[in-house]
Design a protein. Structure first.
Length: 233
């Protein structure tokens, strides 16, 4: 969800104003997901590198997370939406940690839509956490060291039950992953859009999905003759 700060600056507003508008956009997108058959949505809200921003902006973001979790907890519960937070929580404000635990507990059995919020999340941190978890499991069980499998590593990720994303959408004109879900995005399709996140709409989501549906996903395999594109003369 890139471009909140630049969106605000273009309008002569403080960066916090852009984050507030971005939160409203997220609300609209979450409400639109079931219409497009989306069952899992992961949004990148805050990275470990974001702590390097000014204290005013960081503190405002932490308050904003609390405000929106509190404001929409009831609606998420009624609409059968499950909320999961992935990332390193220990550095988050204590009050925010308690609120995360509350909303996760309240919505843990909901199935209409799973929304993962990547908060103080880094893809490298997740892989390091997974490696440490696997080492601890081995030491605790005193089992012989065996070759690890992909399934072993996945089981140690922050939310192993969530399927790998089919589609990544990044707004704001940047064309990089920025340390996001480095393991899970191995075969994900990418769509990069120039508009800033506060300007992103449900129609933009629909167009990105349409673009995704027009692609051929081979996962390293040779396409079947029936689905192979026509050869150039």
């Amino acid at each position: 969800m890139d471009g909140n700060g630049r969106w605000a600056s273009d309008r002569g507003k403080p960066r916090v104003f852009g984050h507030q508008q971005g939160a409203k956009t997220l609300t609209h997108i979450i409400r639109s997901c079931p219409k497009y058959g989306i069952t899992h949505l992961t949004v990148y809200a805050f990275s470990p590198e974001n702590w390097q921003r000014g204290a005013l902006e960081v503190n405002a973001l932490m308050r904003l997370f609390q405000i929106y979790l509190r404001a929409y907890m009831g609606e998420l519960d009624r609409e059968n939406v499950q909320i999961r937070i992935i990332g390193e929580r220990s550095k988050l404000p204590t009050v925010l940690q308690r609120m995360i635990e509350k909303i996760e507990t309240k919505t843990k059995n909901h199935t209409r839509l799973v929304v993962q919020v990547a908060l103080n999340y880094g893809g490298r941190d997740e892989l390091l956490h997974a490696a440490e978890t696997l080492i601890a499991r081995h030491q605790n069980t005193k089992t012989p060291a065996l070759p690890l499998t992909q399934e072993d590593l996945v089981s140690a990720l922050w939310n192993p039950s969530c399927p790998d994303p089919d589609l990544l959408i990044r707004t704001g004109g940047e064309m990089r992953l920025s340390n996001f879900m480095l393991w899970q995005l191995a075969y994900t399709e990418f769509v990069f859009l120039p508009q800033y996140w506060p300007d992103f709409t449900a129609d933009d989501l629909g167009q990105a999905i349409a673009q995704f549906k027009g692609r051929q996903r081979r996962f390293g395999r040779i396409p079947t003759e029936q689905n192979a594109p026509e050869s150039n003369p």
